[in-house]
Write a protein that binds this ligand. Structure first.
Ligand SMILES: CC(C)(COP(=O)(O)OP(=O)(O)OC[C@H]1O[C@@H](n2cnc3c(N)ncnc32)[C@H](O)[C@@H]1OP(=O)(O)O)[C@@H](O)C(=O)NCCC(=O)NCCS
Length: 187
């Protein structure tokens, strides 16, 4: 799988699909309550072992195979080769059962890799890629109180919709909606 190298800050990171050799790193992120509490609805069950990490990697590979707009990428720090974390554009499913063609961009880092701008830079690269693949618009949402994630969305310049009942997850979220034209106009 070729890495993505373009972008305004090209150089510090590369994006690539996860591979089985990343399982230990995936486990070391997904076992952490301080990370997974922000990623979806409760219960937030920490990942238990390498088999689960391998399944996580395989599920994401299959999702992109069946839908090229559903993309999960490892964020690789070029200088060290370390996987800092994950950036994704994923199909979002409404809690009320409506089936809409909606996607959300998201990010999470290993705590040893925060504070360098990697999540923001990775999201720029991935948004370039998915909009080039034809995605017309993308949502972004974060639970209230997730200030680091809010700052990522704002550094990216995502247009703010408001604080709303989250259509995809429990509770209220800060929601953003970005169209391809808006993204291309800002690049
Ligand atoms: C959300 C999350 C990815 C944000 O991580 P992050 O490291 O703050 O975000 P970035 O990688 O974009 O780094 C930006 C930070 O690095 C700093 N930074 C340092 N050097 C930098 C550089 N060269 N370029 C850009 N930013 C740099 C920025 O000032 C910024 O810090 P600030 O927000 O305190 O001002 C991380 O907190 C996380 O994984 N949280 C748990 C999971 C989660 O909440 N995911 C989101 C669900 S909605």
């Amino acid at each position: 799988m070729p890495t993505t190298q373009v972008g305004r800050e090209a150089g510090r990171i590369a994006l690539r699909a996860y591979e089985s050799g990343d399982a230990a790193r995936v486990l070391d992120v997904q076992r952490r309550p301080e990370v997974i509490r922000w990623l979806g609805d409760p219960p937030h069950v920490p990942m238990a072992d390498l088999d689960e990490a391998l399944e996580w990697i395989e599920r994401r590979r299959r999702r992109e195979e069946s839908d090229p707009l559903d993309v999960t990428r490892a964020i690789v720090v070029r200088a060290t080769g370390i996987v800092a974390g994950t950036v994704s554009v994923a199909r979002a499913y409404r809690r009320n059962g409506d089936f809409l063609d909606e996607y959300e961009v998201g990010w999470h880092l290993h705590p040893d890799s925060t504070g360098h701008g990697y999540a923001t830079e990775a999201a720029r690269l991935l948004l370039d890629e998915v909009f080039a693949r034809g995605l017309p618009e993308v949502w972004c949402g974060m639970f209230l109180g997730n200030e680091p994630s809010r700052r990522v969305a704002e550094r990216l310049g995502l247009p703010f919709v408001g604080v709303r009942q989250d259509p995809w997850y429990e509770g209220e979220s800060r929601l953003y909606l970005l169209t391809r034209d808006e993204w291309l106009a800002g690049r």
